[in-house]
Design a protein around this ligand. Structure first.
Ligand code: FUB
Length: 613
């Protein structure tokens, strides 16, 4: 964007204006694209994506454009997260202008990086005392904050914007930023101070492409540098040639250059005249985040973050991508039998979120006809009931549970009555019938006029009490209940490395590759039946190849059935194994033991969310 002559600043639109308008607009817009997952957040405008992966979760840090904005009127930053690239959890506002007492405006494009268990959020803001833009740094011991001002003053300030941090393999960290120039400085180990002076990266046409007709900006580089290293190549992906911007990139043999311009990642598209890149690998795929004006009321100052999945070309080059409304495919499924935050959303129509008195955020500002879609919910053989944590300062309403579409099959209706306050929480439970398989779940809200109720979280109960699965305590939320060691070692319930909910199962002290967590399924199997098995595994260290196995003993003979293809797992994140297998035996079945083993070695590993259906 052109920093020299900003358009006039707009006033803040009252928050509730959007609440009235947005549902109407979204209802029209989203009658059409049933498969749309982009933009990734619909209940607020988001901009300037900065993805980060931590503990197997992808966190997405964004700015927030105010409703009805006529300038980059931005006062807070937001964070969302996902484990499946389809359903995104809103973690609220972990940092805002108020975090920085020395700043008074322009909560613009930032970047978060983790070092030694601390999360550093570098952001450009306007410094109150000078009126010039400077880079501040927030710090937190959690990826979702809250973040505090690490310094009480700018880290660096030269009137330029869009910081991005990068830690090289040798541990040296760099901060890049700039518009109209491109700067870097070497950060110290503490990530909140630096050595040497800010240095300009020469903006040569060989390095950053040629811009014509603008003598003061001879190259394509505009703003938003996103620097990372992959297979020995350093990449700088950036917003190019305002306005409208496209996304271009350069590569270099080192973190400070020399850079070579490589071309276009995303052409100029859509109704936002800025764009902003964020690139990351997650769960074996590469993702490109950007922003556009695709939501109703969207445009250059009311932007929304979107994402595409891509593969690097064999030579390491980045393919050119277009904006889509479909977005990336979902990875895995969502488990309805563990508590899910109501603000875990694939698509929202009409709702907003707000801080909850029970911690985190809740869904609120719900009116008649609003709805939330949750993508790919694995009901298995069936749910019997649904419980939601609700509060209502009015007379409440109903939560309709529908499958496949907002007018799809109704599998349950939960009544919500007034609780005497919007943060007076209680549970409501209703029967569910017909929720089977893996389906998109719609929570559709009905009632009278005005705001109806708030929801903090929800969960289903399975018909069989086991999540529709043969496995007892497959989500590990009941500790080690139901599980025993096959072979040797120790099982423990772990609360620090979890795939969902608050616990996983950890197997340590294995002495044989076949040792693993196990369950006796003898009385539960049907001869000749095909079962679908799903599980999530993560090593404590090492990269073992993991497989779930069924040992069937019938007529004195034991046979071994592999339930899913093997998968190599690692310590950096969770890997899902899923597959189908037909179980059969001759004669009388005397023992059926399900266990998770490795192809070789004795690495310790975590297990979570195991289902056999
Ligand atoms: O969001 C405000 C500014 O717009 C960012 O700092 C730039 O990268 C552009 O996206």
């Amino acid at each position: 964007m052109n920093l020299a002559s900003p358009p006039p600043r707009g006033g803040r639109t009252r928050r509730r204006l959007a609440l009235v308008l947005v549902p109407l607009m979204l209802a029209t817009f989203f009658a059409v694209p049933a498969r749309a997952d982009n933009p990734v957040v619909q209940h607020v405008y988001t901009a300037d994506p900065a993805p980060m992966v931590h503990n197997g979760r992808l966190y997405l840090y964004t700015g927030r454009d105010e409703d009805g904005s006529t300038y980059f009127t931005m006062r807070e930053w937001r964070v969302f997260s996902t484990t499946d690239m389809s359903n995104w959890t809103d973690h609220g506002v972990p940092m805002s202008l108020a975090t920085f007492s020395w700043a008074d405006a322009d909560a613009w494009a930032g970047h978060v990086i983790e070092r030694n268990g601390q999360f550093y959020w570098y952001v450009p803001v306007r410094q109150r005392s000078t009126g010039a833009r400077a880079i501040g740094v927030g710090v937190s011991n959690s990826p979702t904050g809250p973040f505090r001002d690490a310094l009480g003053r700018p880290l660096v300030g030269n009137g330029e914007i869009d910081p991005h941090a990068f830690i090289d393999d040798n541990g040296q960290a760099y901060l890049y930023w700039g518009n109209p120039n491109l700067w870097y400085v070497r950060l110290n180990q503490d990530m909140i101070s630096y050595s040497g002076s800010p240095t300009q990266i020469p903006l040569t046409t060989a390095g950053f492409g040629t811009r014509t007709g603008n003598a003061s900006r001879p190259t394509l580089y505009e703003e938003g540098p996103w620097v990372y290293k992959r297979n020995g190549i350093y990449y700088n992906v950036f917003a190019a040639e305002c306005c409208s911007e496209f996304i271009g990139y350069s590569t270099a043999p080192g973190p400070t250059g020399p850079w070579t311009y490589r071309g276009t990642v995303m052409p100029r598209q859509g109704t936002s005249f800025t764009n902003h890149p964020g690139i990351i690998d997650y769960a074996g795929n590469s993702y490109f985040f950007y922003h556009n004006g695709a939501l109703p009321g969207g445009g250059g100052y009311t932007r929304s973050v979107a994402v595409e999945r891509f593969s690097y070309n064999a030579d390491g080059s980045i393919p050119t991508m277009n904006m889509t409304s479909a977005g990336p495919p979902q990875i895995g499924t969502l488990n309805p039998y563990v508590t899910q935050e109501a603000e875990t959303i694939n698509w929202a129509n009409g709702i907003e979120t707000e801080p909850s008195s029970e911690g985190g955020v809740n869904v609120g500002w719900i009116e008649n006809g609003d709805w939330i879609r949750v993508r790919g919910v694995a009901f298995g053989t069936g749910a019997s009931s649904f419980t939601a944590r609700v509060a209502s300062g009015s007379s409440g309403g109903n939560i309709e549970l529908r499958l496949d579409s907002v007018t799809g099959p109704l599998v349950g209706t939960c009544a919500v009555t007034g609780t005497g306050g919007w943060q007076n929480w209680t549970n409501t439970t209703c029967n569910v019938s017909g929720a089977t398989g893996t389906r998109d779940l719609y929570l559709r809200f009905t009632g009278g006029s005005g705001y109806l109720f708030n929801i903090n979280n929800w969960r289903f109960t399975a018909g069989s009490g086991t999540g529709g699965s043969l496995v007892t305590n497959g989500n590990m939320e009941s500790g080690t209940t139901g599980w025993s060691v096959f072979g040797s070692g120790t099982l423990s319930s772990n609360t620090s490395v979890v795939r969902s909910g608050s616990r996983s199962l950890l197997h340590t002290g294995r002495t044989g590759s076949w040792n693993g967590p196990s369950q006796d399924l003898t009385s539960q199997l049907t001869n000749g039946r095909t079962y679908t098995t799903t599980l999530w595994v993560r090593s404590q260290s090492g990269t073992p190849s993991v497989r779930p196995t069924l040992a069937l003993t019938a007529n004195g003979t034991t046979s071994y059935l592999q339930l899913t293809p093997s998968a190599t797992v690692n310590a950096n994140g969770w890997t899902q194994l899923t597959g189908t297998a037909t179980v059969s035996w001759s004669g009388s079945l005397t023992n059926a033991r399900f266990y998770v083993e490795t192809a070789s070695g004795t690495d310790s590993f975590y297990l979570d969310d195991v289902t056999i259906q």
